[in-house]
Design a binder for this molecule. Sequence first.
Ligand SMILES: [Zn+2]
Length: 258
Amino acid sequence: MLWRKNLKLFVIEKFCNYCLYLRVKILLLIKQLNIMKKPHLLLLGIFLMLNFLVSAQHKIQMIDIDHGNGFWQNAYVLYNTETKDAIIVDPGKIDQQIEDFVEENGLKVKAIFNTHGHGDHVGGNMHYKDLYRVAIYAHTKEAYMYRKNKQSISFFDENSVPKIDGFHNLKIYHIPGHTMGSIAMHIADILITGDTLQKEGIGSTPGRTDEEDEKYTQMELNSIRSQLMVLPDKILIYPGHGYESSIGHERINNSWLK
Ligand SMILES: [Zn+2]
């Protein structure tokens, strides 16, 4: 039957970028389970396959940057495994690890994003902008953070999120509180949260009065609850400092969100 043939061709074509072994295994499995005569298994198979293809397409590498005096910050290289397009997120400092990772994996850097404008997240911006000849993107509400350092930034808001090659499904959430233009970046199962949602904590900002601190902490918690905690438990969190986590882990273990 034609549709059976088409399905097989679809399977073969979609997996052509993967190893021959995997392709043969899948075709054998389809034959073995006689999956074509079991519509529920067929639908489940298609769903899992599409899910795998979408989530396998994007990966992330944490770059642990040493800012001295025991202070560390996480930059990230987010990349598309098929097209090799990449985004550098929060290059807080020039760090050879970033360039090495890009080179070793044959990546094409298409953009730099800042989750927010604090100095420890933007220190390497201009170096990587010049090196890879790409724009630096930040939320328009974050413009006040860049006034002193005079970096040339392309600002955007929810209605003008830049389209980056290899990242057409990238979602940006505006999550004010830690700063007014803080963002989270979401693609596949990956959620980069900057200094807003951390493993079992939230970002604080020194230099605010107690009154301001209370107001902005509430704003930050509102952002987290309304925009991040509505995501599924399986979503992995990559924060601006410290260890990775997941929405599910934070739902249970983050005392700020109780
Ligand atoms: Zn910060």
